[in-house]
Design a protein around this ligand. Sequence first.
Ligand SMILES: Cc1cc2nc3c(=O)[nH]c(=O)nc-3n(C[C@H](O)[C@H](O)[C@H](O)COP(=O)(O)O)c2cc1C
Length: 178
Amino acid sequence: MITVISGTNRPESRTRLFADYFSAALEELGQPTQLLDMADLHHGYFHTEMYAGKPGDPRLVDIHRQYIQPVRKFAVFVPEYNGSYPGVLKLFLDGISVLDYAGNFKGKHVALVGLASGRAGNLRGMDHLADVFAHMGAWVLPNRLPISGVEGLISSDELTDADTKNALLQQAEQLIAS
Ligand SMILES: Cc1cc2nc3c(=O)[nH]c(=O)nc-3n(C[C@H](O)[C@H](O)[C@H](O)COP(=O)(O)O)c2cc1C
């Protein structure tokens, strides 16, 4: 099982379209996949319960038990927000770290895909996030995939750019092989 994380809670996020395409590619390659969208998180743990540790908020615990704890491989899609990855993703990572630090990402494989309106494909944000995953003990795959000018790659809410589809397919194959 691979968990694909769409790393923003922005309504009608374009990141989600790329994460959906990637999830479908994994499934076509015969790899069971589940998608965790930061838009689907409840917001209760934002306050005191966020750092309360176990037993924790049941809704966050359920997400943690399904999407993080039993899974060995992750693909994380992160749009560039002000030169980095979205704060909601860090909030989530901090929230689950107090539930089970070692069982979350230690020794697990993480592929990163960055998305940006601009030209750098969120390379900086992927570097920031790679540092955070390394801190938590994960192996971040070397080929981080930057996708630039995202608006031009989509038509009618669908990824249409052939080169980007190819690059995502290669990324999916590398994650499976890792
Ligand atoms: C709060 C916010 C900050 C953003 N900052 C940047 C930025 O620093 N550089 C950039 O190229 N694009 C920036 N963008 C555009 C997003 O990177 C672009 O729309 C992204 O690839 C897809 O984001 P989405 O999933 O929210 O649609 C920003 C968008 C938002 C909502």
